[in-house]
Design a protein around this ligand. Structure first.
Ligand SMILES: Cc1cc2nc3c(=O)[nH]c(=O)nc-3n(C[C@H](O)[C@H](O)[C@H](O)COP(=O)(O)OP(=O)(O)OC[C@H]3O[C@@H](n4cnc5c(N)ncnc54)[C@H](O)[C@@H]3O)c2cc1C
Length: 398
């Protein structure tokens, strides 16, 4: 009998969890397991706000895929996925085609533009290692340029669009770095302006009101100007225009106001909502028993709250693990060994810079340093899980 071919697209939180589970559960010749990813490394998206603000080395936010997979069981292909042809059971990559029997799609997200003119052209809107590196360099360049062109105070104005997880974690991190930047480039702190602009009426939706209040006060004490309840209407070379007509001249606009599923989903004609495929309880794409969608590309409805679960690393990881276990069962011919996916939300922690955070772990609310420690513990646990103590010591924040 031919050996079934399992192909996993994307080495993010979901894809890596799927691969690690499969390599643990399966013997070497039970299936051909192939992982395809754009880069030769897996990066920790949840840490990217730190290298982007320049407070953490970008190298510590990634790990070589070859160091975490078992090459006797998993073949790694570094390439870009262009399209999936489900009828032909084939994936079109930039350099070749790959066939599959079982497919797991974990290609993550792309920025949601909401049709806002200028957004893609004039903002920093991608969250990956290269973009984080570029944003860090850009921020430093703004400070350096201002010293030579002191009439251009807008160089020292930074607008962060979106006050959800990504936006708040980034703006807090940047606020923490500003004093050091001012010292390095001899800039008066009073001239630096940080704006967090949000269409909703509060920051960090999903957190309890008292935690939101704590976060709001923490941001204000760091010198972040919060503009809430007003969406951005337009982005341009000069900055942003808000829906109320107010213009903010800024040398840097960072987009963190929403994501959609990877464009490969729409290009491959899967039925989707904002690029996310509504999967069944086994994470199958509608109409396919052998195609699974996980992480930010998948839409899973929280039946209790009657709305989709938010795209998070926590859920992506759980989906990857679940799909790894189900695939191991299916490949062995155990059709009934499949388990329905049920996310377990253990808690959520949002950092507010180097020394502050808020979090909810079960029903417990945390603020300040205890929340920072829990956040670090979540990172350490993840590093330990994918690469043991060695990786945890090498890449963790201590
Ligand atoms: C700054 C920031 C902070 C965050 N903080 C948290 C947090 O604290 N907690 C939390 O739970 N969530 C957090 N999130 C959200 C979380 O990071 C995502 O939900 C999670 O990364 C989704 O995992 P994924 O496996 O779907 O995709 P990803 O982890 O994004 O991985 C997708 C992978 O696919 C690859 N890829 C993409 N397109 C292609 C292609 N065409 N061809 C080949 N490879 C491709 C990418 O290079 C990447 O390796 C944060 C996100 C950001 C940006």
């Amino acid at each position: 009998m031919p050996i079934p071919k399992i192909v996993i697209l994307g080495a993010g939180y979901g894809g890596i969890a799927a691969v690690l589970t499969l390599q643990k559960k399966m013997k070497a010749r039970e299936a051909d397991i192939i992982l395809i990813n754009k880069n030769e490394y897996h990066y920790f998206t949840t840490k990217l706000h730190e290298p982007a603000a320049g407070t953490f080395p970008h190298n510590k936010a990634r790990v070589d895929i070859k160091n975490i997979i078992n090459s006797k069981k998993v073949k790694f292909i570094q390439d870009t996925v262009l399209e999936i042809r489900t009828r032909e059971r084939t994936i079109i990559l930039k350099s070749k085609k790959v066939a599959y029997d079982y497919l797991v799609i974990g290609l993550g997200s792309e920025p949601e533009t909401f049709g806002i003119p200028g957004l893609m052209k004039y903002t920093f809107n991608r969250w990956n290692i290269n973009s984080a590196r570029q944003l860090k360099e850009h921020i430093e360049y703004q400070f350096a340029t201002y010293r030579n062109e002191p009439e251009r105070t807008e160089l020292l104005t930074f607008v962060v669009a979106g006050a959800g997880f990504t936006g708040i974690e980034f703006v807090s991190e940047l606020a923490d770095r500003v004093p050091a930047l001012c010292k390095e480039y001899d800039v008066d702190r009073e001239l630096v302006r940080l704006f967090s602009v949000e269409a909703n009426s509060s920051v960090l939706p999903g957190f309890e009101p008292d935690l939101v209040k704590y976060a709001t006060a923490a941001l204000q004490s760091k010198g972040v100007d919060l503009i809430l309840g007003i969406p951005i209407k337009e982005c341009s070379k000069e900055g942003v225009v808000l829906a109320n007509g107010k213009k903010i001249k800024a040398g840097t606009v960072v987009w963190a106001a929403g994501v959609r599923g990877n464009s490969v989903i729409e290009r491959s004609r899967f039925p989707s909502v904002r690029g996310r495929v509504e999967v069944d309880k086994y994470l199958c794409a509608p109409g396919y028993e052998n195609v699974f969608v996980i992480g930010d590309c998948a839409l899973v409805i929280d039946r209790e709250k009657r709305r989709p679960y938010p795209p998070t690393a926590q859920i992506a990881e759980q989906m990857g693990k679940a799909i790894g276990e189900n695939l191991a069962s299916m490949v062995r011919g155990n059709k009934y060994g499949k388990k329905a996916f049920r996310p377990v939300i253990r808690g959520t922690v949002a950092s507010l810079g180097r020394q502050d955070a808020i979090g909810m772990i079960g029903r417990r609310k945390l603020t300040g340093y205890p929340a920072v420690i829990v956040k670090r513990f979540i990172d350490w646990r993840y590093l330990f899980m994918i690469g043991g103590v060695k990786l945890m010591l090498k890449k963790g924040s201590f």
